[in-house]
Design a protein around this ligand. Structure first.
Ligand SMILES: [Mg+2]
Length: 191
């Protein structure tokens, strides 16, 4: 199967960090559902006050983030085959740019939450495919959480890789769970 595009998640996928979403949700006074959808529907000043709580966590996690092993080599390998790359993250532009600068990484397209589109909706992935001219069949998604999985499915993707971590969702039907980027490369070399 021809692969034209690989869509990456950022936190927990390209970089390693340690978000405690249960604690963040508690601080925001939210039990279930999407944090961003909840915040965006709050009236001001609640909205910006609670965004400040989330952003403080995100800044801290951005400061302590480390590059995941094998990412750079995998991106270089994709580039050598002219396979396009997109970074689709629910994080904001400031943190995303900071991490890309710090680790000197480059993607053909970067979509942050300022796009107004965020996971678990498939919309940001659909936009990435439109902009980089790839169909769902030509696209592969790599993430680490259930939101990545839900978004990829909604966008019509069938090749979804989840990097094994503490956040690995329990219910993983029709998903390829891998431990490293090397495993994804091996898969792509076979197909
Ligand atoms: Mg993630």
């Amino acid at each position: 199967m021809k692969t034209k595009l690989v869509i990456f998640d950022l936190d927990g996928t390209v970089v390693e960090n340690n978000y405690d979403w249960a604690v963040i949700r508690q601080e925001l006074g939210l039990t279930g559902g999407s944090i961003l959808a909840y915040l965006d529907n709050l009236p001001d000043p609640d909205r910006w006050q609670k965004y400040a709580i989330l952003e403080a966590h995100e800044r801290r996690q951005t400061e302590m983030a480390r590059l995941k092993s094998g990412v750079r080599e995998f991106l270089e390998w994709l580039a050598s085959y002219q396979i396009k790359t997109a970074l689709v993250t629910n994080n904001n532009r400031e943190n995303t740019c900071c991490l890309l600068d710090r680790f000197q990484l480059r993607f053909d397209l970067v979509l942050t939450r300022e796009s107004g589109l965020y996971k678990p909706s498939g919309a940001p992935l659909v936009r990435a495919m439109e902009q980089l001219k790839a169909t769902p069949d030509e696209t592969l998604a790599i993430g680490d959480t259930n939101y990545d999985l839900l978004a990829a499915r909604e966008a019509g993707l069938t090749r979804i890789f989840i990097l094994k971590s503490a956040m690995t969702p329990a219910n993983l039907d029709r998903v390829l769970v891998v431990s490293s980027f090397e495993e994804i490369k091996n898969y792509l070399e076979r197909v």
